[in-house]
Design a protein around this ligand. Structure first.
Ligand code: THG
Length: 385
């Protein structure tokens, strides 16, 4: 892999110098906050009203570690909405645009949660534990939605946000680190498989999941008072494998085509426009919110597609864009681009965009109105690799 790309970039905080983010009780901190500060976190974002580390100061080294070794990430911001009680399955099914009839305890599934107009409200991993479900959420307020729907439908359920905080261990050596902590049996856990366990006195759920395609696990900490203890245990077990701190990696996720809800989607995007069509069941007897609209979209085709872009020239920054940028065809706007990065693996500039379907199908060359100026581009299916 060519790692000669620039490694340190100033984050685009403002155009007029450095502006600090001021804390307040409304912005929550994770159980791993102190540990990440000790280990040198340099940049946070806000996600689900909580601070989320996005870099420890060297994006190039963080990408290299994820691709070649093992990295540990505080992803407590992936809050859970827990549904339990006699109607838990019925409630979770009604909220998910996917047939969950055959879902077993110990399984996870990637689901689209939609509103009555088929708009994508969130794209969680749904975990089925022995006595409850967890929607492991992207960045939107689903506790309000789930409680409202459960009450309106009269489901006999309890809905809460439990004290549960995921710590991700990702990369080709992640499995070795997890096996050294929990034993060889973890190697048999299937993709999105989850196991309720303990690490000495630390209560956990282990799941083979994570927002990268380099493999790995998420440790769902079930006691926020033990954040430091878990962080240190993972760090110690990872030492022989060269573990280091990181964050969901912007370059890797673009190459892998992993969706960032709210970043890549707009408030009116449906799951077909977010490349989630393969996770939506329209020919199923089960009912769920938005089904009729989604059946129609599946039949007629979505207005827009979420696609990869191959761009001429450089990437404006290694950091996420500060806003979506317009994409035109012969001067007419045909979509927006939500991410653009330089990929060392592909040795070129790539991006993610939501583009009118008919334009994508025509295969015409497009113009991206990036901070660097107008850049030529063509669309390509996701993932890139
Ligand atoms: N872990 C947990 N919760 C999460 C995320 C996570 N909540 C928010 C966000 N991430 C949800 N988004 C995604 C998007 C894609 C995937 C995981 C979470 C993913 N997709 C694979 C793919 O697209 O190839 C596999 C999907 C499949 O085969 O079912 O992994 O990361 N706890």
């Amino acid at each position: 892999m060519n790692m000669n790309a620039p490694t340190v970039f100033p984050a685009p905080v403002s155009s007029s110098g450095s502006i600090a983010l001021t804390m307040s009780p409304r912005i929550r901190r994770s159980p791993f906050y102190e540990a990440t500060v000790r280990d040198g976190v340099t940049h946070f974002t806000v996600y689900n009203k909580m601070l989320m580390p996005i870099s420890f100061g060297d994006l190039g080294a963080e990408l290299y570690r994820l691709m070649q070794g093992v990295s540990m990430w505080d992803v407590s911001v992936e809050r859970q909405v827990e549904v339990s009680g006699p109607d838990a399955h019925a409630c979770v099914q009604y909220l998910s645009a996917r047939d969950l009839t055959k879902m077993k305890v110990g399984q996870g599934k990637y689901v689209a949660m939609c509103d009555h107009a088929g708009r994508l409200l969130n794209d969680p991993i749904l975990l089925k534990l022995s006595d409850r479900y967890w929607f492991s959420l992207a960045d939107s307020d689903m506790l309000l939605w789930v409680r409202a729907v459960a009450a309106e439908k009269g489901f006999d359920v309890t809905v809460c946000e439990p004290d549960v905080s995921p710590l991700a261990v990702q990369g080709p050596l992640a499995e070795d680190v997890i096996a050294s902590l929990f034993g060889e049996s973890v190697r048999a856990i299937k993709y999105f498989g989850c196991v309720e366990t303990q690490l000495d006195d630390i209560p956990l759920v282990i799941c083979r999941s994570g927002w990268s395609k380099q493999g790995g696990f998420e440790l769902f900490l079930r006691d926020g008072a033990k954040g430091d203890e878990l962080w240190n245990r993972v760090k110690e077990a990872g030492q022989p494998f060269g573990i280091g701190p990181g964050a969901p990696n912007h370059v890797e996720r673009v190459v892998s085509g992993l969706l960032s809800w709210g970043g890549d989607t707009t408030p009116d995007s449906n799951p077909f426009e977010a490349n989630m069509g393969k996770y939506v069941d329209v020919d199923t007897p089960v009912d769920y919110i938005g089904k009729a609209v989604l059946q129609k979209v599946a039949k007629e085709g979505p207005a827009r597609l979420f696609v990869g872009m191959l761009l001429d020239g450089d990437a404006p920054s290694a950091w996420p864009l500060t806003e979506r940028i317009p994409v035109t065809s012969n001067g007419k706007q045909v979509g927006t681009m939500s991410a653009v990065v330089y990929s060392p693996r592909m040795a070129r500039t790539i991006g993610l965009a939501q583009i009118d379907r008919l334009v994508v199908e025509s295969g015409v060359r497009l113009e991206v109105h990036s901070p660097l100026g107008v850049q030529g581009a063509v669309t390509t299916p996701l993932p890139f690799i």
